[in-house]
Design a binder for this molecule. Structure first.
Ligand code: ADP
Ligand code: ASP
Ligand code: MG
Length: 448
């Protein structure tokens, strides 16, 4: 049995959901059971909900209410088109209740003039709750024996709102009782991705783009044969198509390569999917007969020297310099303790004898971090930097590839260069203004 996760564009409107139904039916008739279906919010809905919360919290209640009306209309229209009878009955009432709750919440936020992470999660979760209800009803209307599963009862997390982390034991038990039970009863469970709840029932979310991770968690939890990530491109491409004009499809990727690419976006792996060796496939929901990308432990050898490029903008570089670091121990610990205290993740680290350079994504606590670091070192901060990373298993055994990659960038000023012991990944930090040029140079060199 497979887990099928559908992203925002794959549930964006009734036509997209019709394609989803066809894909689910095909899997069901092939496997004779399942699949388990995980869906994102309809495209743009999470952004809209977060904007509505911000508007209400900022006192712009009318604006928030108008936008809620538009969202309600979009969901009601999809429900009517896909499951007309249910839209008149239970499904219609569920959608209305969800939006009535959101209106009440918006009013409360406008009075309180503040939006806590806990409230934000309740608002943001509505997108996946709604889309999953509509998809479950649409499947039923098409004759598929579906069952809506409340993600808040299936994915149990810690209380770190807006970027909660699933609790392994609790989630596995919850998934067995909900998703697996539905499959065993011959049904197709449908749940929202991105959403979970704490042990004491507070709604949480897993961070932006978190539905991929939900798909992986469900797949691991129920021991799926395969996890399919259905999206709007043909699979994993050699580079972000919004950056490079014509990237190529990557047919195979190893778990290790996918993990190296994970912090740039899609978190399609979960430690247990790797442990249990569950293949992940990335497929285009508009071209269901495509071959997509298959991620496995030991893929066939790559035909290109590198497998893919990835980049990240808006990176901040912090240089921490101290003469005390010279031949001292304990300096790195002091540095990283500061980042830990402010729960700020560090992406790339390079060190010289007297300077540690790190990059961070999350600038929320930058000020106090810099202040504390300044107590024992000189600190300088550079914004508008970018991170570019080249990934490929072949880097491990073919040292010339790394030299060639850095050589191609000879006229680009590189701020940091990092290759860790895994040797599947070379990462460079450069000015954001140089990113496009550098990406194009590398892509041309290795993929055209
Ligand atoms: P979904 O809603 O299905 O989760 P996302 O928008 O989150 O889809 O992710 C798919 C998008 O990721 C693609 O449309 C593409 O623009 C972007 N993307 C960035 N880098 C890559 C890459 N290397 N390969 C494929 N897609 C990529
Ligand atoms: N809907 C959520 C988001 O937009 C989660 C996801 O789509 O993966 O971030
Ligand atoms: Mg996504």
């Amino acid at each position: 049995m497979v887990v099928q996760k559908f992203g925002g564009t794959s549930v964006a409107d009734p036509e997209a959901i019709q394609r989803l139904i066809h894909i689910v039916q095909t899997a069901r008739s092939r496997d004779g059971r399942g699949p388990a279906v995980v869906v994102s919010a309809m495209s743009g809905v999470t952004d809209a909900l977060l904007g509505i919360a911000a508007a209400a919290g900022g006192g712009r209640l009318e604006d928030a209410l108008t936008r809620l009306d538009q969202l309600r209309e979009r969901h009601v229209a999809a429900a009517r088109s896909l499951a007309p009878e249910q839209a008149k009955g239970v499904l219609g009432r569920q959608i209305d209740e969800q939006f009535d709750d959101l209106v009440a919440l918006a009013r409360a936020l406008a009075v309180l003039r503040e939006v806590s992470p806990r409230t934000l999660d309740v608002v943001a979760s509505a997108g996946e709750i709604l889309s999953s209800r509509i998809v479950a009803a649409a499947l039923a209307d098409a004759g598929v024996h579906s069952e809506w599963v409340d993600a808040r009862r299936a994915i149990i997390t810690n209380g770190d709102h807006t970027r909660a982390v699933p609790l392994a034991t609790e989630t596995e038990a919850a998934l067995r009782a909900s998703v697996l039970a539905a499959v065993d009863a011959g049904r197709v469970p449908v749940l929202g991705g991105f959403v979970g709840s704490t042990v004491d029932g507070h709604t949480t979310t897993l961070g932006r783009g978190g539905s991929d991770y939900s798909g992986a968690i469900v797949g691991a939890g129920i021991g799926a044969r395969e996890i399919q990530i259905w999206t709007d491109v043909d699979g994993m491409l050699t580079a972000d198509p919004r950056v490079i004009a014509a990237p190529r499809l990557v047919p195979h990727l190893s778990f290790a390569e996918a993990a190296e690419l994970a912090y740039f976006g899609a978190k399609v792996l979960h430690p247990s999917t790797v442990e249990r060796n569950i293949p992940v496939r990335i497929l285009n929901s508009r071209k269901a007969d495509g071959t997509g990308t298959t991620i496995t432990a030991e893929p066939p050898p790559a035909t290109t020297p590198l497998t893919a490029l990835a980049c990240k903008r808006d990176v901040t570089v912090i240089d921490i310099t101290s003469s005390r670091m010279l031949m001292a121990y304990g300096f790195l610990r002091r540095v990283f303790e500061v980042f830990e205290r402010y729960t700020t993740a560090v992406d790339v680290v390079t060190t010289s004898e007297v300077t540690v350079s790190v990059t961070v994504d999350d600038r929320r606590h930058l000020e106090p971090i810099v202040e504390e670091l300044s107590e024992f070192s000189q600190v300088s901060v550079d914004h508008e930097m970018a991170l570019l990373c080249a990934v490929g298993d072949r880097l491990r055994n073919e040292p010339a590839i790394a030299a060639r990659a850095v050589g191609v960038l000879e006229e680009v000023p590189l701020r940091m260069i990092s290759q860790a012991a895994s040797r599947r990944n070379i990462t460079v930090i450069l000015r954001q203004a140089d990113l496009l040029h550098a990406m194009n140079r590398l892509h041309e060199e290795f993929f055209s």
